[in-house]
Design a protein around this ligand. Structure first.
Ligand code: ADP
Length: 452
């Protein structure tokens, strides 16, 4: 609107101004010509003025008046309304008689009306005035045409702008509505909904980001469902065992005491399993909720020593030897409990999944600003297709074997989440020199911290 209003006013004002200026100079030169024709006349009379005017070429003005000092008209070029002999008191003439040049111009919508007057001077004495008047419709028509054209152009531009805005806003709202619909669907739980928005602009980018977010939501939701169903399944098995055992004891009359003891022992085992699972679940939910304990510098060597000491008995029972080498500089920002858990789970797995005569070797070293812990075993190894899944919750390569030896299927998930919480990462690969597995944990090296 502002542009259109400017377009419709500014050029017109400027052209009017230009016409005024050209009129002023044109009329000024006309009055100069008249004036010079009359110079040298000591006194102006109808006669000498008439003569002087006859000698003059046709001037390009509508009317010329010459008056004497009193304002009485001595000459009028307009024959139809001849004012000769009359006294005129046009403002311009009055000013000219006072010795000043005067000019006035106005545009009345149909014509440019301009008037100019100059004094006629004889020896520094004003003896009369010349007056020129012009009524110009030609320039006015040009200006009117210009105005008309500008109006037409503005109207076309306005219509185009309105149409274009409507089209754009319609297109925009349509796309936003699609996106909104998808957002509502996802909010209501239909995580598989995706927003179909074409293009590369910001709305399309929002849609892409929204789709990615929905992907994540869907994955998280799937994982949550799977986790809940796996967890309840895991809890159900020992509970069912306990019920079966208690029922057997209750329903069998005169059961031998040794038998009862055996059953109660089994119940105890199942209860132990339940408490292991619930402990692991609690630990995982703590890791999930990001309520990690405040980290402090932890020296890894003493932690590793303690873990090896704790597992030595178990290893010996299975005729597996536990060895380690440790770099004293290995220090990380974590908690002792975290690091204990990580090393314990990895070494315990090494023992669990190795046969008698095996060796589980742990190497703790510092490499390029990282503390690296490698746990090697020469046990049964992990098939390639399972390797990418073993960090998932409740994933076991051999369910039966894991259960038999007291595994919950949560150990490696806990290890991975703990390591990642402390800014590190864990990888697994098969041993290069025979059967077995190598787990490698990398954590940022903590240098020169206070030892807790
Ligand atoms: P679990 O309690 O069953 O040991 P984990 O999460 O610790 O659960 O391990 C997941 C699975 O990965 C195990 O069931 C086992 O099949 C496999 N696994 C883990 N560590 C080893 C290893 N050192 N050698 C062979 N298999 C392993």
């Amino acid at each position: 609107m502002v542009v259109l209003i400017l377009l419709n006013t500014y050029p017109l004002l400027v052209s009017q101004d230009l016409v005024f200026h050209s009129k002023e100079s044109a009329l000024a030169s006309s009055t100069k010509v008249l004036e010079s024709a009359l110079t040298g006349l000591e006194e102006l009379t109808e006669e000498n003025v008439g003569k002087a005017m006859e000698r003059l070429d046709q001037l390009n003005v509508s009317r010329v008046l010459v008056t004497d000092l009193d304002g009485q008209v001595l000459y009028d070029s307009r024959e139809t309304e001849n004012a000769r002999g009359m006294y005129v008191f046009y403002t311009e003439i009055v000013q000219a008689l006072r010795g000043n040049d005067a000019f006035f111009c106005r545009y009345d919508g149909q014509a440019f009306v301009s008037r100019a007057a100059s004094p006629v001077v004889f020896r520094s004495r004003v003896v009369g005035a010349v007056y020129a008047y012009e009524y110009d419709t030609e320039q006015a028509t040009l200006l009117e045409n210009l105005q008309g054209n500008l109006m037409k152009i503005s109207a076309v531009v306005a219509v185009l702008v309105v149409l274009l805005s409507m089209l754009l806003s319609h297109n925009m709202t349509q796309r936003i509505r699609t996106l909104l619909q998808a957002i509502q669907n996802v909010r209501e739980g239909s995580y598989s909904t995706r927003a179909q928005v074409n293009g590369t602009d910001e709305i399309a980018q929002i849609a892409t980001e929204f789709n990615r977010m929905s992907d994540r939501l869907q994955k998280t939701e799937d994982a949550r469902r799977r986790f809940v169903s796996d967890a309840s399944h895991e809890l159900k098995t020992p509970l069912a065992g306990i019920r079966l055992l208690t029922d057997s004891i209750l329903q069998t009359e005169h059961m031998e005491e040794s038998m009862v003891r055996e059953f109660v022992l089994d119940i105890g085992h199942e209860a132990q399993r339940l408490s292991r699972i619930s402990e692991d679940l609690l630990r995982l939910s703590r890791l999930d909720s990001d309520q990690a304990e405040r980290a402090y510098p932890v020296r890894m060597e003493p932690v590793l020593k303690r873990v090896v000491r704790m597992l030595q008995m178990v290893a010996q029972k299975q005729e597996i030897s536990l060895t380690y080498e440790a770099d004293e500089r290995a220090m990380v920002l974590a908690t002792e409990d975290d690091m204990h858990q990580v090393l314990y789970n990895l070494i315990e797995n090494g023992i669990k999944y190795s046969a008698a005569g095996g060796v589980v070797h742990t190497q703790l070293c510092v490499e390029d600003n990282e503390v690296v812990a490698r746990v090697n075993d020469n046990g049964i190894g992990i098939p390639e297709e399972d390797r990418q899944h073993i960090f998932e919750r409740f994933y076991r390569v051999d369910k039966m074997r894991s259960r038999e030896i007291g595994g919950t299927g949560l150990g490696l998930s806990i290890v991975r989440d703990t390591v990642e919480n402390r800014g590190g990462q864990i990888t697994v690969e098969p041993r290069s020199d025979g059967p077995g597995t190598v787990f490698t944990v990398r954590l940022p090296l903590m240098e020169g911290g206070e030892i807790a």
